[in-house]
Ligand binder design. Structure first.
Ligand code: CUA
Length: 313
């Protein structure tokens, strides 16, 4: 039986070996204990003269191999963990917003879903996740992955579905009275069905995420202070830094520190603009807390991610 994802298969494999080896070690200890307990019981006629005080060879024989085996477990586990987080080159990105008590999914091509996430088979998918209120945790047991969603800070998950089907989503962080009802489903479809599903969706008002984002960027007046073009002479007079090619690039702040402009940084720059000022600019941007919703922000973020030179293949 194929596992629903590549990671799931490897996690199971690791789990199998941890359980098998631990069971083996457990049995060895129990059997030795019972045997020795029986052999040296009260009244048994055994040689009790000169019991050995230490045995270096024996000590090493049970500590070194155990140490090595458990370090191997650790390396394997850490490797799998980083793989489920690392930003691999993705085929598809989905924004996830958790709120009491539902999951909202937003595909970059504009489809919105609540408590259901349709995914194509065999594609590398990045989930970029944020919470609207308290901490939630996105748990996909069939895929053996779990990740907390935090208010104000983005977290990500990578997955690559390998099997068609419907898989349950749970919230695995207590988040209020209806925590147990915060459920959802991942529906993995083959590519033709997925395309068909996409076409059948009621088109969300205005096409794709990035163009919605661009409209919001203009409507909220961001455009008045931030250039979105490759820098030119005119941009010198702008009140805020240019946003051209900003995503995942290093930014120098007034205190000389540098920071990577990832999702969390950009989110903070919108909602707490004076927390981290870019070098060479004054703290004069108003906060957009309570004005731009998290969903609108996702669109704007989608737009900012497009502000870069097209990669030539
Ligand atoms: Cu959301 Cu528990």
């Amino acid at each position: 039986m194929t596992a629903p994802s590549e990671i799931a298969h490897k996690v199971d494999h690791l789990f199998f070996w941890v359980v098998t080896i631990c069971t083996f070690v457990f049995l060895c200890i129990i059997i030795a204990m019972i045997y020795l307990g029986y052999k040296y019981r009260v009244g048994a006629k055994v040689d009790r003269a000169n019991p050995p005080r230490s045995h270096l060879g024996l000590e090493l024989a049970w500590t070194l191999p155990t140490l090595i085996v458990f370090i191997l477990f650790f390396i394997n586990g850490a490797n799998l963990y980083t793989k489920s987080k690392a930003p691999i080159d993705t085929d598809m990105e989905v924004y996830v917003i958790a709120k009491q008590w539902m999951w909202k999914f937003q595909h970059t091509e504009g489809h919105h879903e609540i408590n259901e996430l349709h995914l194509p088979l065999g594609k590398k998918i990045k989930l970029t996740m944020l919470s609207e209120d308290v901490i939630h945790s996105f748990f996909l047991p069939d895929f053996r992955i779990k990740q907390d969603l935090l208010p104000g800070r983005y977290t990500t998950l990578m997955l690559k579905p390998q099997k068609e089907g419907v898989f349950r989503i749970y919230c695995s962080e207590y988040c209020g009275s209806k925590h147990a009802q915060m459920l959802g489903r991942v529906i993995v479809m083959n590519n033709p069905s997925f395309e068909k599903w996409k076409l059948a969706q009621r088109p969300w008002p205005g096409k794709i995420t990035s163009s919605r984002g661009q409209k919001l960027f203009n409507d909220y007046g961001c455009i008045a202070c931030h250039s979105t073009r490759p820098s030119d002479v005119l941009d010198q007079d702008m009140a805020g830094p240019s946003l051209w090619n900003i995503y995942n690039k290093k930014v120098t702040l007034t205190d000389g520190k540098t920071i990577v402009a990832d999702e969390s940084y950009i989110h903070r720059a919108v909602y707490e603009p004076n927390a981290m000022i870019v070098k060479g600019f004054k703290p004069q941007m108003p906060t957009f807390k309570g004005i731009i919703t998290n969903e609108e922000f996702q669109d704007i973020l989608g737009f900012l991610k497009t502000l870069k030179s097209e990669k030539k293949p």
